[in-house]
Ligand binder design. Sequence first.
Ligand SMILES: NC(=O)c1ccc[n+]([C@@H]2O[C@H](COP(=O)([O-])OP(=O)(O)OC[C@H]3O[C@@H](n4cnc5c(N)ncnc54)[C@H](OP(=O)(O)O)[C@@H]3O)[C@@H](O)[C@H]2O)c1
Length: 307
Amino acid sequence: MHRFVTGATGYIGSAVLDAIIKGGHRVTAIARDPEKAEKLLAKGATPVIAELGLPKMYLPLLMSADAVVHTAFESSPRGVQVDRLALETMLTAQRDAMAADGKARAFIYTSGVWVLGRTTKAAEEDFPLDPPPHVAWRPEHEDLVLAAAASGLRPVVIRPGVVYGGGRGIVSDLIKDALNGIVRVVGPGKNHWPCVYDHDLGDLYVRILEAPLAVGIFHANDEEDERVSDIVEAIAGQVPQRPDIRYMPIAEARKKLGTYADALALDQKVRSPKARALGWSPSQTGVANSVARLVEEYRNAQREKNE
Ligand SMILES: NC(=O)c1ccc[n+]([C@@H]2O[C@H](COP(=O)([O-])OP(=O)(O)OC[C@H]3O[C@@H](n4cnc5c(N)ncnc54)[C@H](OP(=O)(O)O)[C@@H]3O)[C@@H](O)[C@H]2O)c1
């Protein structure tokens, strides 16, 4: 099976790439710079230098792929516009390819649980959306992907929780801050974050790729309903010297972080029944339960970066 992967040099994408390659699939993955392309090659993918905002660079690669896994996202003011262009390019190419050779194709889009907004009960995939401003654009992109079912494509939207593991992401930033002696939390920290371990998330992408009937929205979280203050306390207890923990009033956090502050302050409980129905069972159950391992993984990632 031939998979086309975007964002394979990123946090989620690299975990997904590792899992897809481990699953024995052939992968073409785009990268923006030659050094990162070399790393993709070393992992066993076929790298191609391409930029999401320039469709001509990757359009020809899409015809031969039986699945597209889109994990890339450009964090810049034009990020949403680039994502829209990339989605339209890839979905149209897949529709054309199916019309040409009649073979089934799948498209996996990486969204996130923040689109749900504050949850009033444990939210399954059919929970009504109420996205905070930071991701207000995202439901339209999910809809664009899901609408491709009408042309015979198998569209999937994965909504990961806050990803933990390795050396990147929000939880790793908390570990880094704790090691540096001061952790800032947005709001009083009583809110719950739905979280997912990066390797478990990679495993879910592969399960979905390999299940021909898996379609539509999939939540991806370990269902531990952890409070942010408990996550931070667990990390603080795992570093050599207890850090200062500062709970920032939301108004102050907004001044520093803009709309991102409200996303971090969301109180969410999420369930992932569709993933579990595929036999997915997260190996790590919560940040607090895995904190020793996570600090170790963070240190190893820093060591590798500095080598
Ligand atoms: N991390 C989380 O906890 C989390 C949770 C839920 C949802 N999500 C969503 O998942 C997606 C990926 O998140 P992430 O944390 O993996 O982000 P990330 O670590 O920043 O990775 C982004 C990836 O996209 C690539 N990219 C960015 N702009 C590009 C462009 N113009 N052309 C080609 N490639 C481009 C990056 O390449 P370079 O290596 O060249 O920069 C990188 O591979 C985002 O939509 C995010 O909102 C993330």
